[in-house]
Design a protein around this ligand. Structure first.
Ligand SMILES: *Cc1c(COP(=O)(O)O)cnc(C)c1O
Length: 424
């Protein structure tokens, strides 16, 4: 057993001042029946906790560190940037530098505005979509997560006429009254909804590869269908690529599927480890933002120069020839190894590119209903088993794990064989 005495003491102390001891709920590890880890440092893919235990990490700050933690070139750039002052609230060259790179990677983001979190990016994109279309309704899919914006914290309404209900206390019913929630991968449900409300729908927002219910790939041209139906009814299509942007391919999921959304949100990777995210899209839509248009959006620390410099360096490293091919090949091989090692154990592995989820179920996992069939208790015991053997997975059945550029084949081989010895 690893000694985690200091983490446990740190948790107790944190509980005195911070609700639940954490600043984002999943970190408390309640879903997997563990005490939270307190981290002292990280380098490459190795997390070191305050007790000095090392873990090979597959969560990587929820997908932020595609290059691994504390990449020396990124750190150098950030250190130089900090010496020049850390925020001015006045434009800098770095903002344009990063915006140009974002546009280069994801050409549909013709204009880009930076914000501080994925939540903010989504919130702003939706306000803009409503302002542009002069319509109110937003369509989202069950199991897709778009941050903790009030009006997107909704569960499923069964059938199109059923109003969605808020998933969180503190969200008035009226705030979710314009949000319609449909099952993912269900063209018929989308078709039916549009046939009734199509002309009132401002936008459809979707994770093009849902990763926040675990990885659930789209099927049978579902995303292409969303593009067609939104065009037909004059609604906007928003790809929430906060996870998939700069991760699946250089151009994100929209490049992988060859679909051009009207608006895109990115986050996580784009800040190079700092709190930055962005939304962007068609110039004529983005032009409606203040100060050019009358959709208001702002931020004191938006486009922060330190975050911008970390993002610039990260994207430059990712733009080198062959990075994504090598990463996805390595990840594919690892997932195959895991499948072999875990065969016959009641575990289904969904994977797209370098993201994967181990679902503790026998059946296929194509939507949130399927995910809900999973044995979360068994997932918890698998998580704890892996943790005890020095492997940190994303700590919930409903999350994605990530392979990074920094994972070595040797580490991946070792992790696959540890997983293979799980007997729970
Ligand atoms: C993480 C995430 C968000 C929210 O981003 P935050 O930076 O946590 O606010 C939104 N959408 C998707 C798809 C995400 O994965």
């Amino acid at each position: 057993m690893l000694n985690r005495t200091k983490s446990i003491a740190a948790y107790k102390e944190a509980l005195k001042y911070i609700p639940g001891g954490v600043n984002s709920p999943v970190r408390a590890l309640k879903a997997v029946g563990e005490n939270p880890l307190f981290i002292e440092r990280a380098k490459g893919v190795i997390l070191t906790d305050v007790d000095g235990n090392d873990y090979i990490d597959f969560c990587l700050s929820w997908g932020v560190f595609i290059l691994g933690y504390a990449h020396s070139a990124v750190l150098r750039t950030v250190n130089q940037s900090i010496k020049l002052g850390t925020s001015y609230g006045i434009p800098t060259l770095q903002e344009t530098e990063l915006a140009r790179r974002v546009n280069h990677f994801i050409p549909s983001m013709e204009r880009v505005r930076f914000v501080n979190s994925g939540t903010e990016a989504v919130m702003s994109a939706i306000r803009l979509a409503r302002g542009y279309t002069n319509r109110n309704l937003i369509v989202k899919f069950v199991g897709c997560y778009h941050g903790h914006v009030d009006h997107l914290l909704v569960g499923a309404g069964s059938g199109v006429t059923t109003l969605a209900s808020a998933l969180s206390a503190g969200v008035p019913d009226a705030f979710v009254a314009y949000t319609l929630c449909l099952p993912f991968n269900d063209k018929k449900a989308v078709d039916h909804l549009f046939s009734i409300h199509g002309k009132e729908i401002a936008a459809v927002i979707v994770e093009p590869v849902p990763a926040n219910m675990g990885v659930v790939p789209s099927q049978n041209g579902f995303l292409h269908y969303l593009r067609e139906v939104t065009l037909a009814y004059g609604a906007l299509l928003i790809f929430d690529e906060v996870i998939t942007g700069f991760r699946l391919t250089a151009g994100g999921a929209q490049q992988l599927f060859n679909i051009t959304p009207d608006l895109t949100t990115v986050g996580k990777i784009v800040g190079g480890g700092f709190p930055a995210a962005a939304f962007g899209g068609r110039a004529d839509i983005m032009q409606m933002l203040a100060p050019e248009g009358d959709v208001y959006q702002a931020g004191t620390l938006s486009g922060n120069p330190v975050a911008m410099s970390a993002g610039i360096k990260t994207l430059d490293l990712l733009s080198q020839q062959g990075v994504y091919d090598a990463l996805n090949k390595k990840a594919g091989r690892f997932v195959e190894q895991l499948r072999k090692q875990l065969a016959g154990k009641g575990i289904v592995i969904n994977a797209v590119g370098n993201m994967f989820t181990l679902f503790f179920t026998e059946g296929e996992v194509n939507n949130f209903e399927d995910v809900r069939q999973c044995d979360t208790v068994r997932f918890g015991s698998f998580f704890r088993y892996m943790l005890a053997h020095g492997v940190y997975l994303s700590p919930s059945q409903f999350e994605a794990c990530f392979v990074s550029v920094a994972h070595t084949e040797k580490q991946l081989d070792r992790v696959a064989s540890i997983a293979g010895n799980f007997n729970g």
